[in-house]
Design a protein around this ligand. Sequence first.
Ligand code: KIV
Length: 229
Amino acid sequence: MLTAYDYPTALALDECELDLVLVGDSLGEVELGMDSTRGVTLAMMAHHVAAVDRGLSRTHLVADMTLGSDSTVQTAVLNARTLRDAGANSVKLEGAKIPQVEAIIAAGIPVMGHVGLLPQTAEVYRKQGTTEAEADQIVEDALALDEAGCYCIVIEAVVADVATRVTDAVTAPTIGIAAGATTDGQVLVSTDLVGQLPEPPPFVTPRANVRQIVIDSGRAFADEVRAAQ
Ligand code: KIV
């Protein structure tokens, strides 16, 4: 799974034989220049989901529920429908919000779970599952999401052994990010993968340097236009 936030990226990722494309609320940080995911509203998410949907013709599109959009069962179902109507094939919720997950699934919208580091509520971004109690809680949350019917579970920034425990314990496939190599799948933020921002996180090895391509292209254009004056 890779993230996308716009039409051209979606068009390109649709050629990659990915299983899933995620319009994550990392949107706030990597696309809109915010300092966290917390400022992303459901309206912003729906706007970007619609753009990505226009670029995908074969890849499943999953959209993040934003902070507060899933705080009650009623708002969660309403907002999941808004994302579905914007083009999402499924939605992802952070944490073990079991009644909300069950209600959205009952409304006919598949749900992806998300355990470990939960950026919408985390005070600091750090590895999760470093104590026995924390590790047990992550496994317990994943099991509850699995039992509630999540079709897939993201495991973010979790000690590799704990990610293995989760993957072994649940029936749904797991997708890891900074959680070791034993999860069933992996997810990355596409802007990190292609080197679009100055400082990618340490667990990502960028496969390209899109930022430099943009700088070189912009400079070459400015130089050519000035030279022609
Ligand atoms: O918002 C996001 O991009 C995510 C991924 C890191 C899984 O939730």
